[in-house]
Design a protein around this ligand. Structure first.
Ligand code: C5P
Ligand code: MG
Length: 191
């Protein structure tokens, strides 16, 4: 079983790469951002709650995000493993994930961070915003806030898994195929 955390700042290519990796390794891809967007699209209570944070580039409270993530994991008892994309984003989320997986007799195999420069991230997100329809992709101020939140609250998750030798960084600049090959080379070393 492989349980991968695909890590990195907003716009670093996690979602793009996760789709190909899920197919190649037979894993269930869970993007908490996509789950929130689907709840917002359906205008559910959860969606309304999430929108208040997402529209400002802030994080949805841990208990809300963790509850949603748990439901999604529980919905796939047949899974060979998971790719977590955009989760965990805080240390409490990482701790909740570790507890959830321990309860299932498994654990995180590794975390791979996509390393991309801040200017490249802003350019990629503004470009994506032309077609994504995402309310948080069109305003440079919101994008910069998402990056600041990443540095303050999310970056420590890298160190959390580094403590058990499970965090890796790869160059996230280059073509989609080049980055995919770098990711596979690392995943193939996981136990
Ligand atoms: O992962 P993605 O960039 O698609 O997430 C979009 C937004 O959803 C984030 O900027 C944040 O507001 C919210 N989010 C969150 N907690 C997560 C994942 C996403 O608050 N674990
Ligand atoms: Mg994404």
């Amino acid at each position: 079983m492989i349980n991968l955390i695909l890590f990195g700042p907003p716009g670093s290519g996690k979602g793009t790469q996760a789709v190909g990796l899920a197919e190649k390794y037979g894993l269930v891809h869970i993007s908490t951002g996509d789950l929130f967007r689907s709840e917002m699209g359906a205008d559910t209570e959860l969606g309304k709650q999430a929108k208040a944070y997402i529209s400002k580039g802030e994080l949805v409270p841990d208990e809300v995000t963790v509850g949603m993530l748990k439901n999604k994991v529980e919905a796939h008892p047949e899974a060979n493993g998971f790719i977590f994309d955009g989760f965990p984003r805080t240390i409490p989320q990482a701790e909740a994930l570790d507890t959830l997986l321990t309860g299932k007799g498994t654990s995180i195999s590794g975390l791979i961070a996509l390393d991309v420069s801040e200017q490249e991230i802003v350019n990629r997100i503004l470009n994506r915003g032309k077609t994504s329809g995402r309310l948080d992709d069109n305003d440079e101020g919101i994008i910069r806030n998402r990056i600041a939140v990443y540095e303050q609250e999310t970056a420590p998750v890298f160190d959390h898994y580094a403590q058990s030798g499970k965090s890796w960084k790869i160059d996230g600049m280059g073509s989609i195929d080049e980055i995919f090959a770098r990711l596979c080379a690392r995943i193939d070393t996981f136990q």
